[in-house]
Ligand binder design. Structure first.
Ligand code: ZN
Length: 411
């Protein structure tokens, strides 16, 4: 999707702010002699930014507005190395809340709703984003944070929560717990707003059915405000994103070249009005595509497809490139198994082995089912995995994101 003249103007305004502040990216742009871009072609020559570079700016190197304008910082998890610190001005905080409130509105949530927020509060952007958007909308926030399922269910019943905000893993865990306790008729949930980890159609269906709610995927990342930069509408034809705040590109992750609308690639985001830490052409490593054409809902905001994985998800096993999504799609064709699975890759006697654990109820023939799954996976990826069927409820459920792929080869 080509950049509009208005967006190009906004990019130039951000380039000017970056360069004049002498911040981390300002210096990089100045060294490259970039002061403005005059066309889409020139925009495409702007260098990408990467999470690894953002770490080099630790702690406050990204700060582009004067310090007295900064009202808050957030930080993205540093699983490897230093965390990334993102400074926000009051305008950034407000803009984020406006975008988030827009997400709730698109999901049909109103000021009469009671929003049960289970994502965590703290340095990361999750809980507070859901809350600020809720307050902006005028709905009632129930700021639970994660954990303590007992308390979650008690409050959900007492407060009559109508909207559940959660990761898909935690939503599933709560759904299972509600079913187990037989309290579904005491739960007033109507909608779920689910954070943007990749989740299978099967898991989605299970959460929706068990809780009897409509589900919405919300997109976002800490480097770019946080969650709330896009959500699907009632037609469920991909996620609308807010092109008055962001310019999105889809690129070929190998070549860095833009791909035509409709084709899959990596999402690259440029912030158009962010002050505290503007980012130009930030590589998210999330895989999706632009959905061409108009949405039946009539909203003019463009759409991306649900997140299809990450560029770094790819596993090389026995010399074959395998994506977890491929395995997931095969598993989805078996009605006898639950939505949960775990893939373990190990290196034994000089050979790579892939084991897939799936869950089923006790009334199926585990051996026959394993063989059927192994055969179908082989026809998809080219080699035969070891499939183990376990009792339902055995695989770990998580309050955050479930780790479904464990590579033990390099431990
Ligand atoms: Zn729509």
């Amino acid at each position: 999707m080509q950049i509009t003249p208005k967006q190009l103007e906004q990019v130039n305004d951000r380039i000017k702010a970056l360069v004049s502040s002498g911040s981390f990216y300002g210096k990089k742009l100045a060294e490259a002699g970039i002061t403005q871009v005059n066309s889409y072609e020139e925009f495409l020559n702007l260098p990408f930014s990467e999470k690894a570079d953002l770490r080099d700016a630790y702690p406050l190197g990204l700060m582009t507005a004067p310090e007295e304008k900064i009202v808050r910082i957030h930080s993205s998890s540093g699983t490897t190395g230093k965390p990334v610190i993102i400074p926000y001005t009051q305008k950034d905080v407000d803009d984020w809340a406006i975008m988030f409130a827009r997400c709730y509105e698109v999901a049909g949530i109103t000021e009469k709703d009671r929003i049960h927020i289970t994502p965590g509060y703290g340095l990361w952007t999750a809980g507070i984003g859901f809350q600020a958007g809720c307050e902006r909308l005028g709905a009632m926030a129930i700021p639970m944070g994660p954990g303590n399922t007992e308390k979650q269910l008690e409050m959900m019943q007492a407060m009559g929560s109508t909207v559940l905000c959660a990761t898909s893993s935690y939503a599933l865990m709560l759904a299972e717990e509600i079913a187990k306790r037989g309290i579904r008729d005491k739960i007033r949930l109507k909608k779920g707003v689910i954070g943007s980890e990749r989740w299978s159609a099967k898991m989605r269906e299970r959460i929706a059915n068990e809780l009897g709610i409509e589900l919405y995927d919300i997109y976002g990342l800490t480097e770019i405000y946080g969650p709330g930069i896009g959500i699907n509408c009632e037609h469920n034809t991909g996620m609308h994103y807010w092109d008055d705040y962001l310019y999105l590109e889809i690129i070929d992750p190998e070549t860095g070249e833009p791909v035509p609308d409709g084709e899959k690639g990596e999402i690259v985001i440029t912030t158009l009005v962010k002050e505290g830490a503007p980012l130009i052409r930030y590589r998210t490593h999330d895989l999706s595509r632009i959905i061409p054409g108009e949405c039946p809902c009539g909203r003019h905001y463009p759409r991306i497809d649900v997140i299809d994985g990450r560029t770094d998800d790819m596993m090389k096993i026995k010399g074959v490139n395998v994506f977890p999504k491929q395995i997931e799609e095969v598993l989805a064709t078996f009605t006898e198994i639950s939505s949960e699975y775990q893939i373990r890759i190990s290196h034994l006697d000089g050979k790579d082995t892939m084991r897939i654990y799936v869950e089923s109820t006790g009334d199926v023939d585990f051996a026959a089912l394993s063989k059927a799954i192994a055969d179908r996976v082989k026809s998809r990826i080219g080699f035969t995995p070891i499939v183990k069927v376990v009792e339902i409820g055995i695989l770990p459920r998580s309050e955050k994101k479930s780790k479904r792929v464990i590579d033990e080869r390099y431990d």
